[in-house]
Design a protein around this ligand. Structure first.
Ligand SMILES: Cc1cc2nc3c(=O)[nH]c(=O)nc-3n(C[C@H](O)[C@H](O)[C@H](O)COP(=O)(O)OP(=O)(O)OC[C@H]3O[C@@H](n4cnc5c(N)ncnc54)[C@H](O)[C@@H]3O)c2cc1C
Length: 404
């Protein structure tokens, strides 16, 4: 069966590309091939079932900073299609998005089904064919046509978009077409830590800066203590930026936490000496200082060799030095990782220097396009991974339907 455009992968990028291509060229015969028995499965479970569609960040130079892999390459594409365009695109189809306090954007319905319904009705309206249970097994080309073999029949098309997400199974086929793949490693995970200082503190959250000296990486943001260790945006960002290096360390490394984010141990020591004079008769553990959560303050005080009943006047300089260090550079040993709210992305995929980011076309094979997570692009959490799928899907659609 012959098509103008075949899209492999019925996920976010594949649907967005198909719909835009059909709108740009209503005569194009378009097919989506999906190996699963359902399409858009990740959209359905995304954002805890609410689908974090995009992020309220409207400056391309700021937006690209959310992509540990793809930062440089997405700069141009975001000037053509980015968050504002996504919002308008859904609005034109009757879907309003709302902004949460942290900038994440969700459908007002708070349901990913709204996005799925929109995609399914648009594909139907535009006459896009969707074949489920069609797993692509082979890709070859002959006489400027792509030949696609699936477990359920063969198809051909002039233009081919691969939007298979982070499933490495299709990578072998792409390698057969000359492409090189960056190996897959997980991104967006939390750090497993067993440590007396945080053992009794699950649920405690504060703003902190975090550093992994071994790979020379640091970040800051809300930090959350969990039953397993440390989580929250500060940790997730480190896990994304350090995805490859932390994998090489087999997720065993040391992390330094500055619970006071922007102050160093010398500055804190001076303030502790002042507090000692000011509160001489007061028990240290009784009143938290520096706006720290009370239970955290107490735990760090105890970890500095100070007892629960000690008053400020009893504390010697050495103990205060230790406390200043606990407050600004607590060291923890990480041993392993956990998944964050079941959400994860994979770092890895098509090497970015093999793709033309004006069109998302392969530089090695004419009429072969890529969009979404199949590329070696991924972002921190917040709606940025879908934005990559929308941007790539849109620009590939535009290129596949242009008359040149
Ligand atoms: C639990 C969870 C929650 C998430 N929540 C969010 C969120 O709220 N916001 C956000 O921005 N990101 C989120 N993400 C990340 C986001 O889902 C992905 O970045 C995004 O789905 C990538 O889109 P894609 O189209 O490239 O790939 P996918 O959505 O993975 O789609 C690829 C499709 O290709 C199909 N396929 C693969 N191989 C073949 C083959 N050989 N033949 C035919 N079909 C094939 C797959 O079955 C799949 O349907 C979340 C991820 C997870 C796991």
């Amino acid at each position: 069966m012959k098509y103008d455009i075949i899209i492999i992968g019925g996920g976010a990028a594949g649907f967005f590309a198909a719909i835009n291509a059909a709108e740009l060229d209503p005569n194009a015969k378009i097919l989506i091939l999906e190996r699963g028995k359902e399409v858009l499965t990740k959209v359905r479970i995304s954002g805890g079932g609410r689908c974090n569609v995009t992020h309220a960040e409207f400056t391309p130079s700021e937006l690209i900073k959310k992509y540990p892999r793809g930062e440089k390459e997405l700069r141009g594409p975001f000037h053509s299609f980015m968050t504002g365009d996504t919002i308008a695109w859904f609005e034109e189809r009757g879907i309003e998005l709302k902004i949460e306090e942290d900038g994440r954007m969700f459908p007002v319905s708070d349901s990913s089904e709204t996005i799925i319904d929109c995609f399914l009705s648009e594909t139907q309206r535009l006459g896009i064919e969707i074949l489920k249970n069609h797993s692509v097994q082979n890709i070859t080309s002959e006489n400027e046509q792509w030949l696609i073999n699936t477990n359920n029949g063969d198809f051909s098309a002039e233009k081919l978009l691969v939007a298979t997400g982070s499933n490495p199974k299709i990578w072998k086929l792409l390698e057969g077409l000359g492409h090189q793949m960056e190996t897959a490693v997980p991104s967006l995970f939390t750090f497993n830590i067993k440590d007396e200082r945080i053992k009794e503190l699950p649920g405690v959250a504060t703003f902190a800066s975090v550093k992994i000296p071994e790979i020379n990486m640091e970040d800051e943001g809300p930090l959350l203590i969990t039953h397993w260790g440390l989580s929250g945006p500060a940790i997730l960002k480190l896990s994304a930026w350090g995805a490859r290096e932390l994998n090489e360390l087999s997720y065993k490394f040391k992390i330094q936490v500055n619970w006071l984010a922007h102050q160093n141990s010398e500055e804190i020591l001076e303030q502790l000496l002042e507090l000692k004079l000011k509160h001489a008769k007061q028990q240290l553990t009784k009143y938290a200082q520096f706006d720290l959560p009370k239970r955290l303050w107490k735990s760090l005080v105890l970890a500095s060799g100070i007892s629960e009943t000690d008053i400020w006047a009893d504390i010697n300089k050495k103990q205060l030095v230790t406390l200043s260090e606990q407050l600004t550079k607590s060291e923890f040993s990480v041993d392993g990782k956990s998944t964050f709210k079941e959400e994860f992305v994979t770092a890895g995929g098509i090497k970015l220097n093999e793709v033309n980011f004006k069109t998302f076309e392969s530089k090695l094979q004419k009429n072969l396009y890529f969009a979404g997570e199949v590329l070696n692009i991924d972002a921190i959490t917040g709606g940025f991974n879908f934005q990559n799928a929308w941007t790539g899907g849109y620009l590939a659609a535009k290129a596949m339907t242009s008359l040149d």
